[in-house]
Each structure stands twice: as structure tokens, then as C-alpha cells.
Design a protein around this ligand. Structure first.
Ligand code: CTP
Length: 403
């Protein structure tokens, strides 16, 4: 598959953060996808990594200064040739400068002069990130169309755990790829994505659940955000970090998921039900812990959970409905049945017996079936790439709905 980044000129702004070393991997990934990379470093960045590293990886001199005699109006030529400006890592300082139109070095000047899309991957100390001034600066930039990825929660340079860690290079590059390919495709639209498993409480210490990791749903949410949609992510328990830009709700049981989805349905343009909702829950609500003294045999009675997607299909209200189905046999027939019975626009079906498909893994092998019976078989690819194909299909379906 040819990357949207092929032959694109990407300006990579690197600012003063310990995460500057991760920019080396970003350059490598961009070049692997065929992009031309123009590294621009702030003075502070050069304290963390020597420009020679980036120069070698990009096969191009790193731009360090605004005023050099040999290249008179470097900032304008760079700004014009750019297909995108990525700033990774972005310090609180560069974000503040961009938000206020300050242009006092080469990077901030290029950022002010370019019409290309801008993607920022912040990296900083937790307290700096949560500082309301910084948050206001981020909001201000978002309002003028600047896109953000991360930061994420994790161990920071200080050794403490908090939010402020730069997103992984692969995630940043994937987001940039989507941004270049289809920026603002779903601008003004709001989609609800469900992800992960649900947990059905047996007693105070036990539950019924399934192997869903949530990766497919989170990839769908991230891809939707990169394409300009507002995303409401309703997730069962997972170990994943929700995208910072999503409106995020964590739920436990199918009943809680149903309640949240129904509450939000009126304000969304579509729902992507990637969650693996438990079909059954224990019939009885039990306090405390079931003791093994109940006997040699113990029967747990289960009751069927409401089918969220079927309920949405009955309401429909002109919204796009996307379902998922994981099967071990009769994949296409089962998928078509669910598509019809749940009144869906699209179903994403995968055979979980195949290697590289289904629960827990980073890849998937799926077939997309729309309500007109069109089938699209996708060979093994990353869940993010599957997400890209799903959103492409949604775009196709909505072509006649939105102009
Ligand atoms: N789904 C739902 N609510 C449920 C069960 C499933 O909204 N209680 C949604 C899933 O999120 C998925 C789609 O319905 O998008 C298909 O789910 P799946 O488990 O494959 O199908 P079921 O309807 O449970 O059918 P079956 O048990 O026959 O496989």
C-alpha cells in the first residue's frame, strides 16, 4: 500500500525536551514511508540531541537559525514547500509562542508563515501540562485547526508517573499520515465509538468478561479524530490510554454501556460499536463473596443483556450504524445476518481463528460488508489501517448525506 506520506515534504520541528531523541525514530518512520524530512531544531533542542543525528537520518542539513546570510528567506521557502508541519516533541514554550503568534526563531516563524496542516505532539512535565495557561493555549490552537496528538500518561523524565509523555513515534506518524490524507473530512461531525469488553458482575470479587483488548475501538477513535470528527469514546475496562482529544467515558457492564450510548445517541451522526458486549449477565445481584461452602456444584444463572446495536438499529434516526462481528465459523453469512437484523450500514467481520486477527493482537484480517451487499476483503494489516479503511467506507456511505 502506498503511504499518503510518499513524496511529501514534512517539516519536523524539534524542541527542547528529553523526548527529542524520539524524533530520530520519527524521521526514520517518515522516510520509510517515502517522505522528505526537513528537521528544524530550536536552540533548546540542541542541548538534548546533536543536530548531526537528525541530519544523518534525514539526509539533509538541520535548520537551526532564522538569520543566515546564504539563505535569505529560509522561513518563507520552508513554509511554502511544506505539505505538513509536525512538531515533536513540542515544549510548553513552543505551544505558547504558536498560540500567541510569536515568531522569534526559525521554528515559530515557519509555523506562523505556513498554510500547511500543523500537528503537535506535546511532551513535558505533568504540572506544566495541566497548567491552565498551557491548556488555554492548546484550546486556542485547536480552534484555529491545529491538531494535537497526546501527550500520554506514563513514566516521565522526572521518574514520576503522570500525563505529559510524548506519544509513541509510530502513533504520531500514523496520525500525520491520516491528517495529510483526509484532513477535516469529518469536520463538524460527531461519532460515538464503543470499545473493549464489558464486565458483568458475579459478586464483589468476580466478573464475566471476554478477551477484547479495546485496540480496534481505540484505533477507530484515533483515526476519526485525525480526520476531524469529534469522537465520544465509550469504553469498557482496558489498559489503553484514550486519545486526549476524545470525549471519554469508562463503563463496566453492558447495561452501563447501553445507558451511556442511548444518552448520547441524539447528538451524534453515527455509532461504531466495536465493543465486545457480553451477551449475558448473572441473573442475581449478590452482595459480598460467594463462598465455596455453597457446595460441590454451583450453578450461575445468566440472563441475556440488551442488544445495544439492535436497539439503535430500531431507532436509526438517519444515523450511520457500524457493527462488528467476530466469528469462528460462517463468517460472511453471520455478518450479513447481523447487518440485516440490526439495520446497519456497515459491518466489519473477522474470523478470530485466523492468525493475526481478532482479540488482543495489533493486526486484523477483516471483511467489510455494506447494506447493499458490497464486500471488501482486507488482508492482514494493523488495526489502525483497518480503522482507516472503515472510515473510508463511512465517507463513501455518507457522500450523499453530507456535502
Ligand atoms: N452488540 C451490542 N449489544 C450486545 C451484543 C452485541 O451492541 N448485547 C453489538 C456488538 O458491539 C457488535 C455487534 O453487536 O458491533 C455484533 O456483536 P456479536 O457479539 O458479534 O453478535 P451478537 O448479536 O451477540 O450475536 P451472536 O451471539 O449470535 O454472535
Amino acid at each position: 500500500m502506498v503511504s499518503a506520506l510518499k513524496d511529501k515534504n514534512i517539516l519536523l520541528g524539534i524542541t527542547g525536551s528529553i523526548a527529542a531523541y524520539k524524533a530520530a525514530e520519527i524521521i526514520r518512520l517518515l522516510r520509510k514511508r517515502g517522505a522528505q524530512v526537513y528537521p528544524i531544531m530550536t536552540r533548546a533542542a540542541t542541548y538534548f540531541v546533536h543536530p548531526i543525528t537528525f541530519q544523518t537520518l534525514a539526509s539533509r542539513r538541520v535548520v537551526l537559525e532564522l538569520f543566515r546570510q546564504e539563505d535569505k528567506i529560509k522561513h518563507i521557502s520552508l513554509a511554502e514547500l511544506a505539505d505538513a508541519l509536525l512538531i515533536a516533541p513540542a515544549s510548553a514554550n513552543i505551544i505558547a509562542k504558536l498560540a500567541n503568534g510569536i515568531a522569534d526563531d526559525i521554528l515559530s516563524t515557519v509555523a506562523l508563515a505556513t498554510k500547511a496542516p500543523v500537528l503537535i505532539a506535546p511532551a513535558m512535565n505533568h504540572q506544566m501540562y495541566v497548567n491552565p495557561i498551557l491548556q488555554q493555549n492548546i484550546d486556542k490552537l485547536k480552534r484555529v485547526g491545529v491538531k494535537f496528538i497526546g501527550p500520554e500518561k506514563g513514566q516521565l523524565a522526572s521518574g514520576k508517573v503522570g500525563i505529559g509523555r510524548m506519544s509513541e513515534p509510530s502513533r504520531i506518524v500514523e496520525c500525520l499520515e491520516s491528517l495529510i490524507q483526509c484532513r477535516d473530512e469529518f469536520k463538524g461531525k460527531c461519532f460515538l465509538v464503543t470499545a473493549g469488553p464489558t464486565r458483568e458482575r458475579i459478586d464483589e470479587v468476580r466478573f464475566i468478561s471476554n478477551y477484547s483488548s479495546g485496540k480496534m475501538g481505540y484505533a477507530l477513535a484515533e483515526e476519526g479524530i485525525c480526520r476531524g470528527a469529534r469522537i465520544i469514546l465509550v469504553s469498557g475496562p482496558t489498559s489503553l490510554v484514550p486519545p486526549a482529544e476524545a470525549e471519554f467515558y469508562r463503563v463496566e457492564s453492558a447495561e452501563e454501556m447501553r445507558k451511556k450510548v442511548m444518552e448520547e445517541f441524539a447528538r451524534v451522526d453515527g455509532v461504531l460499536m466495536a465493543a465486545a458486549v457480553s451477551d449475558f449477565r448473572p441473573e442475581r445481584k449478590r452482595e459480598g463473596k460467594i463462598k465455596k461452602s455453597v457446595g460441590e456444584r454451583f450453578t450461575l444463572e445468566l440472563r441475556q443483556n440488551p442488544d445495544i446495536l439492535s436497539e439503535l438499529g430500531k431507532r436509526k434516526e438517519g444515523k450511520i450504524l457500524v457493527g462488528f462481528c467476530a466469528e469462528t465459523e460462517n463468517l460472511e453469512e453471520e455478518a450479513k445476518r447481523k447487518l440485516r437484523e440490526k439495520n446497519l450500514d456497515l459491518i466489519v467481520a473477522n474470523d478470530i481463528t485466523l492468525e493475526g486477527a481478532g482479540f488482543g493482537v495489533d493486526t486484523n484480517i477483516v471483511v467489510l460488508i455494506d447494506r447493499y451487499g458490497n464486500l471488501t476483503h482486507l488482508s492482514k494489516r494493523s488495526k489502525r489501517e483497518v480503522a482507516r479503511a472503515v472510515w473510508d467506507k463511512i465517507k463513501e456511505i455518507t457522500k450523499n448525506l453530507y456535502r
